[in-house]
Design a protein around this ligand. Sequence first.
Ligand SMILES: [Zn+2]
Length: 234
Amino acid sequence: MAYLTRDQYLQQLAERSNGKSQQRQYVSYFGLKDDGDEAVVRFAYSDPSQFDVYTVHPVTVDGKFRKVNCLRGFHDPVEKCPLCEAGEPVQNKIYIKLIKYERAEDGSTINIVPCVWERPASYITILNNLFSEYGDISDCVFKIRRSGERGSLQTTYSIMFANPSVYNSQLYKKDFSAFEDYNVLGTAVLDKSYKEIVTEILGGECDDTDEDEQPLVSVPKDETPSSGPKRITY
Ligand SMILES: [Zn+2]
């Protein structure tokens, strides 16, 4: 972090002194690169009400392909979100929290890698089906297998129940502690204010004299958004 407010700095110092920051594990993006690749995982949900679903805009921020939270509620007019107003596409995504199990190089232990898996919101149905079949899925181990060559738009994933006598919970531990302080919003999905979207993403200007009122906005609408999404993947 390049810039810290005084309070953030003091908080970081406090966390460092009680060892919290050393213990905290980074949550990475889950992905399988090639056809036939597999991973052994455990989903961090004991109830479907805990799913993390967001409406997002795929945009380029600082040269990186990112997702930004859409500011509009279901019944809000288009003006509520500058990216909607600029005609940027929206996607409904689920961010699936899971732990991936990786065998240590010497084969003796199974390491836990906390991950978030971005999928179309239609995966809610797939996860709901797992709940119907297996009950609390946080008690189960699953295998995810990719079918589809690298870059293929027809890529699918199958999620298979893993036999508990092979993938037993003594070795494949149920440990979701990495997600205790984790929030999808602000990490996998950028949490930008109206003003930040206008100035940082759309390159416009925003009058910030009164934060509570609808800001006066100047967005270069006559320009084709060259910084828009290059591709949309599901
Ligand atoms: Zn929007």
